[in-house]
Design a protein around this ligand. Structure first.
Ligand SMILES: [Zn+2]
Ligand SMILES: [Zn+2]
Length: 809
C-alpha cells in the first residue's frame, strides 16, 4: 500500500500534490535539489574499481497511466472528497477491482508498489457505508503502522458517519467500547482479530452482523506458517459472520505476485477474481545488476578490504568482495553526490555494518558527513524508527540502511536511489524494494548487489530470471496440522464446532478434531464439538520462532531492541558480538526462560559465528516418484538441531581465532521434507568415486537450498538440509531439504512439485559459477553446520545430472 494515487503527475494544478495514501510528511519529501541522472550516477559508481562489476543494466521504462471513469455508483460526495485529495479519476485497475467488489465478487488487486491499491477498496467500501447507514467495514493490515496510515487516509476524506478507528493493542481500554459500538470502519491486524475480536464476538455482534466488506491489505505477507494461521483466522471470521447472518465481500490487495487468485483463494477459502494489470503511471528506473569482484585466493593481504565483517558466510577458498562492503561504498558514494538513498540489507547485523562503514568513509572524506547516514531495522523501538524516517523524508539524513520493506513507513517512497544488498529472496520483494525509488516525473536508480551465494550469482548472470519472469506465487498451507488443530481449538472455544464447520476449515479438519477429542481438548456431543476448558487456547499466529528475546544492557537496564526467538540461539548466545546502531555489544548471558539477553558495550576486533548440528529421521512418506536409480520423495520428518559452538573470527582478515563450545538446548522439529535418493551404482557410472559421494551430495544440497527461493516465496533461512552417503531410513545416498517450521509451511511441497525446474536451475548455477573448487556463490553455505566440509563441486554437477536424466519432466 505504499503510495501515490494522484492522477495528474504532470499538472501544476495540485501543488503540493496530495497523495491519497501518504501523510502530510510525504509531501515535504522533496529532499535535496536535483542530483545527477541515474545514468550518470551509475557511470560514476562503476568507474570506481578495477573491473566492471555491472553484469546487466535494465531500463524499466516510465509508464503513462490509464485513467478510467468513476464508477456510476460512487456518490458525488465521495468523488469530491477524493478530488480534494488530488485524485481526479481512478486508474483502470482501481476501477475494475472496485466494480467487481461492488457487484459482490471477492477480488484481489495485485499490482506494483505505489499503484494506489487502496482506492480499489476504498471506493466500494466507502460508497456502501454512505448508501447503507448501518453497514460496516473491517480492514486488516499486517502491521499496526500500516493500519494507522490507512486510518489517516480514510479520516482525511472527512466522510460523515464513517467514524474510522484503529482497534489494536495500542487502543486505550476506554476507547474500545466506543469503537465496537460506533465505528463503521475498523482498522486492525490479524493478531487482534485472533486474540481480541473473535473471542469477544458477542460484544462485536452488532458490528459483525452488518459487515459488508473485509479488506485484507498487503495480503502477500500472509505466507508460510503465519499465512496458514491467518487463513484459519479468516475462516473463523467467516464462521462468526455467518452465525449473525452476514456474508461480507473480501477485497484483497497484494504486491505483484504469481497466481494471486489461487493464493487469495487459499487464504480466504473463497473463489477470488484477480485484477493484475497495473494502470498507474510510473517513473523510469535504471536497474543495474552488480556482482562484486572475486578476490585473489590469498585474501586479506592482496586486498585492503576485510572479506567479511559480519561472517555471513564461510570464507574458505576464493571469495568475492563482500556485498556488505560493496553496498556500504555505494551508499557512501551516492550520499556524497547528494542523492537520497535507501539501502536494503537482509540481516540485522548487515544493516548495522553497512551504515557504520558508510559513515566511516564519509567522515574520512568530509568530517561530519557521516552523520547523514543511519541504520534502521525492526528491532529498534518505534520512536527511533519514526524519527529516522522523518529525517530521511526531510533530507536531514541522506542515506539509510534498512532490513526489510515492511518495517518501513509507507510514506518512505520517492527516493532517488535504492541499493539492494543481496537478493531479498523473492522477485516480489525485489520489486517492492526497488519500487521505493523514483519520484513522479523523475528517473531513479536501483542496484541489486549480488551476495556471494548461489542464488544471487545465478540471478546476476540470468537477468531474464529477474526481468523476464513472473513473480512467485505466495505459498501457504492451511492443511498444516500444526496450524489447523490449534486454530480449530480457538474456533471451538468461540462456538462449538459443527460438521458444516469442518467443511469450512478444509482438508484435515476432521482428523484434527478427532485428535483434539482424543487429547481431551474437545468433547463430542450430539450438537457438535465443545471446548472443554475455561481458558481460551493459547495460540500465537507468529509464534513459530518462539517469543522475541529482549536485548538489555546490563549496566543501565536499557532495552536495546528485540530478536525473534528462532534467531536468538544464533545471534545472542553467550559471547556473541551484537551490533545496535553501529555500537558493538557482547552478550554476557542468554536467559531463555526469561526471554532476555544481557549485554555490555564492547568492541572486540572479532566477529562471532554460531554453528549447529542436525539429525533427521523419516516419519512417513506422503508421495514419491520412482525414477529408476533415482527416487524423489515428499514426507514428514523429525529434525533435531542444536547450536553447539561458535567461531570467533578476526574482522580485518576473516582468520578464525578459535571455536568455543556452547551449552544451549536442542530444538526438535516435526516438519515436511523433500528428498531424493540415488543408487550407488548410478553414481559410480556417472564418475563419482565412492569417497567423493559425501562431498558431492553435500554440495548439491547447499546449492539446492540456495536456489529453492526461485520456486517458492521462502528464503534459505526458512529451509534446512541434510545429506548423507547412506541414510538409515532410505538406505541410499540421500539429500534432504526440509521446511524450518513445525508442520511445514508449504516450501518442501512446492520444491517437490517443481523438482525438475528447481534442480535444473541448481545444476546450472553450480556449472556456471566461475570458481574452480566451489565458493559461496555456488556450493558453500553460510549456515553449514559442518563448516562447508566436505564439498565437491564437479561431483555435485554429476549427481544432479543423474537426477535430471531420470526424473520425468
Ligand atoms: Zn563457485
Ligand atoms: Zn552443509
Amino acid at each position: 500500500m505504499q503510495g501515490v494515487t494522484s492522477n495528474d503527475f504532470s499538472s501544476a494544478r495540485h501543488t503540493p500534490r496530495h497523495d491519497l495514501e501518504s501523510s502530510p510528511a510525504a509531501t515535504v519529501s522533496a529532499g535535496p535539489g536535483p542530483g545527477p541522472t541515474p545514468a550518470d550516477l551509475l557511470r560514476r559508481l562503476r568507474a570506481r574499481g578495477a573491473g566492471d562489476p555491472v553484469t546487466h543494466v535494465e531500463r524499466v521504462p516510465a509508464r503513462a497511466g490509464v485513467p478510467a471513469p468513476w464508477p456510476s455508483w460512487a456518490p458525488a460526495e465521495l468523488r469530491a472528497a477524493f478530488a480534494k485529495r488530488g485524485v481526479v479519476a481512478p486508474w483502470q485497475h482501481q476501477a475494475e477491482a472496485a466494480n467487481l467488489a461492488y457487484e459482490g465478487q471477492h477480488v484481489i488487486v495485485a499490482t506494483g508498489t505505489a499503484s494506489g491499491k487502496s482506492l480499489a477498496y476504498q471506493m466500494p467500501a466507502l460508497s456502501t457505508l454512505r448508501a447503507d447507514p448501518r453497514a460496516t467495514v473491517l480492514y486488516l493490515a499486517p502491521t499496526k503502522a500500516l493500519a494507522a496510515d490507512q486510518l489517516r487516509a480514510v479520516a482525511a476524506l472527512e466522510l460523515e458517519g464513517v467514524r474510522p478507528a484503529c482497534y489494536d493493542g495500542d487502543t486505550p481500554r476506554a476507547e474500545r467500547e466506543w469503537i465496537r459500538r460506533h465505528s463503521r470502519f475498523v482498522l486492525t491486524n490479524p493478531d487482534m482479530l485472533h486474540h481480541g475480536i473473535l473471542p469477544g464476538h458477542a460484544q462485536w455482534s452488532g458490528f459483525l452482523r452488518r459487515l459488508a466488506y473485509v479488506v485484507i491489505d498487503e495480503c502477500h505477507t500472509y505466507r508460510g506458517v503465519f499465512g496458514s494461521h491467518v487463513a484459519h483466522v479468516l475462516r473463523r471470521l467467516r464462521r462468526q459472520c455467518a452465525r449473525f447472518g452476514a456474508t461480507p465481500v473480501f477485497v484483497l490487495a497484494s504486491a505483484t505476485s504469481g497466481d494471486p487468485a489461487t493464493a487469495a483463494g487459499r487464504l480466504t477459502g473463497l473463489p477470488v477474481t484477480a485484477v493484475t494489470e497495473d494502470a498507474s503511471p510510473r517513473g523510469g528506473v535504471t536497474f543495474a545488476l552488480w556482482e562484486p569482484p572475486l578476490l585473489p585466493p590469498d585474501t586479506g593481504t592482496g586486498s585492503p578490504v576485510p572479506p567479511q565483517a559480519t561472517g555471513e558466510h564461510d570464507d574458505l577458498h576464493q571469495v568475492r568482495r563482500s556485498a556488505l562492503r560493496e553496498t556500504a561504498d555505494l551508499l557512501a558514494d551516492t550520499v556524497a553526490e547528494g542523492v537520497r538513498t535507501l539501502a536494503f540489507v537482509r540481516s540485522r547485523k548487515g544493516a548495522e555494518v553497512v551504515a557504520a562503514n558508510a559513515r566511516r568513509s564519509l567522515d574520512d572524506a568530509v568530517p561530519g558527513l557521516g552523520d547523514r547516514v543511519a541504520a534502521y531495522r525492526g528491532g529498534y523501538l518505534r520512536e527511533e524508527r519514526r524519527e529516522l524516517e522523518r529525517a530521511l523524508l526531510h533530507g536531514d539524513l541522506l542515506g539509510l540502511a534498512s532490513t526489510n520493506a515492511l518495517e518501513l513507513g509507507v510514506d518512505l517512497i520517492g527516493l532517488d536511489a535504492v541499493l539492494i544488498c543481496g537478493y531479498p529472496g523473492t522477485r516480489a520483494s525485489l520489486w517492492q524494494q526497488a519500487g521505493r525509488a523514483g519520484r513522479s516525473g523523475q528517473e531513479a536508480l536501483a542496484v541489486l548487489v549480488a551476495r556471494d551465494d548461489p542464488l544471487d550469482t545465478y540471478l546476476v548472470h540470468h537477468p531474464e530470471a529477474i526481468f523476464g519472469a513472473p513473480v512467485e506465487a505466495t505459498v501457504l498451507d492451511p492443511a498444516n496440522p500444526y496450524v489447523l488443530a490449534p486454530q480449530l481449538a480457538c474456533a471451538a472455544a468461540e462456538a462449538p464446532l459443527t460438521p458444516a464447520d469442518l467443511v469450512l476449515f478444509g482438508d484435515g479438519a476432521k482428523e484434527a478434531v478427532d485428535q483434539l477429542v482424543a487429547a481431551g481438548a474437545l468433547r463430542q456431543r450430539p450438537t457438535g464439538w465443545y471446548w472443554r476448558h475455561r481458558e481460551r487456547p493459547e495460540v500465537d499466529l507468529r509464534g513459530e520462532g518462539g517469543a522475541p528475546v529482549c536485548v538489555v544492557e546490563s549496566s543501565t537496564g536499557r532495552l536495546l531492541g528485540t530478536v525473534d526467538g528462532g534467531s536468538s540461539h544464533f545471534l545472542l548466545h553467550p559471547g556473541a558480538v551484537y551490533l545496535h546502531q553501529g555500537v558493538s555489544y557482547v552478550v554476557d548471558d542468554l536467559d531463555l526462560a526469561d526471554g532476555c539477553a544481557l549485554v555490555h558495550v564492547e568492541e572486540p576486533d572479532w566477529s562471532t559465528h554460531a554453528r549447529d548440528v542436525t539429525d533427521l529421521s523419516v516419519v512417513s512418506v506422503r508421495s514419491y516418484v520412482d525414477a529408476g536409480p533415482v527416487g524423489m520423495f515428499l514426507g514428514e520428518v523429525d529434525v533435531t538441531s542444536q547450536v553447539v559452538s561458535y567461531q570467533r573470527r578476526r574482522i580485518a582478515t576473516g582468520e578464525v581465532i578459535d571455536t568455543r563450545p556452547l551449552d544451549l538446548p536442542a530444538r526438535e522439529l516435526r516438519t515436511v521434507a523433500v528428498w531424493f535418493t540415488l543408487s550407488p551404482r548410478s553414481l559410480t557410472l556417472a564418475g563419482v568415486q565412492p569417497a567423493d559421494v559425501p562431498g558431492a551430495l553435500h554440495a548439491a544440497e547447499h546449492a539446492a537450498i540456495g536456489l529453492l527461493p526461485l520456486m517458492a516465496t521462502c528464503d534459505r533461512w526458512d529451509i534446512g538440509g541434510l545429506s548423507t552417503a547412506v541414510h538409515p531410513d532410505t538406505e541410499a545416498p540421500t539429500v534432504f531439504v526440509y521446511d524450518g517450521h513445525p508442520g511445514g509451511a508449504g516450501f518442501a511441497e512446492r520444491a517437490y512439485g517443481t523438482a525438475s525446474a528447481w534442480l535444473r536451475a541448481t545444476r546450472d548455477a553450480i556449472a556456471e559459477c566461475g570458481c574452480e573448487t566451489g565458493c559461496p556463490s555456488c556450493v558453500q553455505s553460510p549456515k553449514c553446520g559442518n563448516g562447508n566440509n566436505p564439498l565437491s563441486k564437479p561431483d555435485a554437477i554429476r549427481v544432479l545430472d543423474v537426477v535430471l536424466a531420470n526424473l520425468p519432466g
